[in-house]
Design a protein around this ligand. Structure first.
Ligand SMILES: Cc1cc2nc3c(=O)[nH]c(=O)nc-3n(C[C@H](O)[C@H](O)[C@H](O)COP(=O)(O)OP(=O)(O)OC[C@H]3O[C@@H](n4cnc5c(N)ncnc54)[C@H](O)[C@@H]3O)c2cc1C
Length: 469
């Protein structure tokens, strides 16, 4: 792995010594403009792509180059009988991990950062490389677990891997329902949540595609069971299977199912620098059509947005549907291509194994992203769509508050946050105490504010006299 090679250091040194803006790009999946794209110098991590695994019983240690995307990671660990807490197949580990990392395995093992054992970080001075872990450079380790790209560039992560049950297989797939079935599926979701099986997860979504001017409205349920399904046992998704649908659930290698998950987020970045295609990235083959995928034909523009919720109620799911339909009504006039509003329920014990990290996620305080993803064409339509997302998120937040599904102080998840310019954004993500600690650490690790010239959620340096308790 070339992480300590001289030319790279020189490049970082040159950036540090100039005033040029720059960006660090992992998988390129952030949709907030400027987070990993730039008009200055872009440092792409794609060649930091080595992987190594050490098995050790129920868990193992997986070393991952910071330029890897999850498809590569899953394919690598699977033959060894292990798996990791990871994201969608095409997502880069760099941004996913440094932002927190929600996974289909989160109900069992927590977030990505709860399974991070070590990271190698090139500090913003361009000449110091530190290994951070629970026993070495511990404050830096704490800071990069959710602190984003504020503390330098991570070149390598070491993750705890978990033995994959079910002979390396999981059970699941993507079920698609017509609009007429939506009420029945919503009822099945509420019943599913009540079952509280940590191995069984769903991500449901209201989706509208507009292709060649024709809209298609579907409701999908991604079902994921973290084990093989044996015929004699009760199917955790039986209620969903009982409703007429397209698609099927099956035992399969984790990576195959993950491709189905990628479909959920069928997305295009707002920027031209995105690297989706890798040699064998079959994720792209799952796109329904080249028009939706934006391959060569479409100049897609898209944004994520989220409301963080601890649980779902029927009223909350209703409003998620309502907002998909409200956005749908704008698609023809403002060249909308895809509207996705998600229902991704987690269990109340999701953070039972959480470790202290810059992104606050405490035992007994469950908190997962209710996601919106809108995709459209034409820069002239940006404002309409971003405003529509703000309206939708505001409405969903109000209902979530009224239903007791969120609180005014629930931490926001930066990785899929729409907002990037509100004054209290950093406090909303980190909380007052963690933000202050991060500011002090910023001063320690980046005294010349080099990372201040990159995009992302910028944590300001503490003044010289400021400390944290
Ligand atoms: C298809 C899709 C599926 C998704 N699924 C999930 C999911 O299951 N769970 C979830 O939690 N989120 C998910 N997300 C959101 C995802 O976590 C964020 O988009 C994340 O930022 C992507 O990381 P990246 O490296 O691909 O992005 P990039 O755009 O490359 O990077 C995002 C940010 O991280 C910084 N960064 C990247 N690499 C490094 C590095 N090595 N060192 C320092 N900083 C770095 C960049 O500078 C940038 O600010 C998904 C997004 C998409 C588009």
């Amino acid at each position: 792995m070339p992480s300590t090679s001289l030319p790279r250091f020189l490049k970082m040194q040159a950036i540090k010594d100039s005033n040029v803006d720059f960006a660090v790009k992992g998988g390129g999946h952030a949709t907030n403009p400027g987070f990993s794209s730039t008009r200055g110098i872009q440092i792409s991590m794609s060649r930091f792509n080595k992987l190594a695994h050490v098995s050790n019983g129920e868990t193992g240690e997986l070393t991952v180059g910071a330029g890897c995307v999850f498809d590569e990671i899953y394919k690598f660990v699977r033959p060894m009988g292990y798996n990791v807490v990871g994201g969608g197949g095409s997502v880069g580990i760099g941004g996913w991990m440094t932002g927190g990392g929600f996974s289909l395995k989160t109900n069992q093992y927590g977030l990505g950062i709860d399974n991070l054992l070590q990271a190698r970080v090139v500090l913003p001075n361009g000449s110091t490389v530190l290994t951070a872990s629970a026993s070495s450079n511990t404050e830096l380790f704490w800071a990069i677990k959710g602190g984003g790209n504020n503390f330098g560039i991570v070149t390598e992560f070491v993750l705890r891997s978990h033995k994959q049950r079910g002979n390396g297989n999981v059970y699941g797939g993507l079920l698609t329902y017509d609009k007429a079935r939506i009420e029945r599926v919503k009822k099945a979701i509420i019943e599913f949540i009540d079952k509280k099986d940590p191995k069984a997860t769903i991500v449901a979504a209201f989706r509208v595609y507009r292709n060649h001017g024709v809209q298609e409205y579907k409701f999908t349920v991604l079902a994921f069971y973290d084990d093989e399904f044996i015929f004699q046992q009760t199917n955790p998704f039986e209620k969903f299977l009982a409703i007429p649908h397209e698609g099927r659930l099956a035992n399969s290698a984790y990576t195959t199912l993950d491709t189905a998950k990628s479909l959920l987020y069928n997305h295009i970045s707002t920027k031209s620098t995105i690297t989706l295609l890798k040699e064998d990235d079959y994720h792209l083959m799952s796109f329904p059509s080249a028009h939706i995928a934006g391959l060569s034909i479409m100049n897609g523009r898209a944004r994520w947005g989220n409301v963080m919720v601890s649980k779902y109620t029927k009223n909350l799911i209703d409003v998620v549907q309502e907002e998909a339909e409200a956005a749908r009504s704008l698609m023809d006039k403002y060249n909308g291509k895809m509207i996705v509003t998600d229902v991704w329920p987690f269990l109340s014990g999701m953070f039972d194994n959480s470790v202290d990290s810059a992104w606050p996620h405490k035992r007994g305080e469950p908190n997962g992203p209710l996601l919106l993803y809108f995709l459209w064409e034409g820069e002239e339509n940006d404002k309409v769509w971003v405003d529509q997302m703000k309206t939708a998120l505001g409405h969903i937040s109000r209902i979530a508050l009224a239903e007791g599904c969120t609180t005014a102080t629930t931490p926001q998840y930066g990785n899929t946050s729409l907002n990037m310019d509100t004054p209290d954004q950093l406090t909303q993500i980190y909380g007052t105490a963690n933000l202050q600690r991060l500011r002090v650490l910023r001063r320690r690790y980046d005294e010349f504010n080099v990372m201040g010239r990159t995009g992302g959620f910028r944590i300001p340096l503490a003044m010289g006299f400021e400390e944290y308790q």
